[in-house]
Design a protein around this ligand. Sequence first.
Ligand code: FPP
Length: 213
Amino acid sequence: MDGNGRWAKKRALPRAVGHQRGVEAVRRLVRALEPMGLECLTLYAFSSENWKRPDEEVDDLMNLMRKFIKSDLPEFVEKGVKLKIIGDWQSLAPDIVAMLEDALAQTANGRQTLAVALNYGGQHEIARAAAKAASKGDVTIETITAELDTADLPPLDLLIRTSGEVRLSNFLLWQAAYAEMLFVDTLWPDFEPAHLEQALDDFARRERRYGGR
Ligand code: FPP
């Protein structure tokens, strides 16, 4: 979900406003999950490297998270959206951990999954999964995959990065092995369900060979 800062800067607004508008984009997409028939949408909300940002911005992002869960959880439950968190989220502030645990429990029976990556880093996730597989004495692609945070999610089909940057920034590195990728110039706060629909059309036209021919 890249481009919140640039969206705000273009309008001479504080970065925090860009992040607020970013949350509104999230809300629009969550509402579109069911009509689009999407099984799972994973959003990169806070990376393990985002702690390097100024304290004020980290606080803004954590507060947005608190507000978002509080305001949108009832709608998740009502609409059958199942929340899933990936990353080292248990080490976030205790009140956020408690809110997330409650949200996970309340949405456990949902049909569409909204996965949110919080304090997430792909390399870290792979290292943790490999260490777990090793502790069980069996290190293979399958056993590592089974220990990833995403083990209970469907395989990653399409990875979209907004705002014109063309890099993965430590997101779903293992899972992206055969994913299709799409890099769009749209800044995250401007990303609408119509952009996602367009991305899915693009995806549907691609031929996936998984190394075969
Ligand atoms: C990147 O934009 C965006 C982030 C680091 C945070 C994304 C978080 C949200 C949209 C809000 C919280 C999410 C939820 C699910 C409640 P940037 O700040 O790096 O933008 P820039 O590259 O233009 O500076």
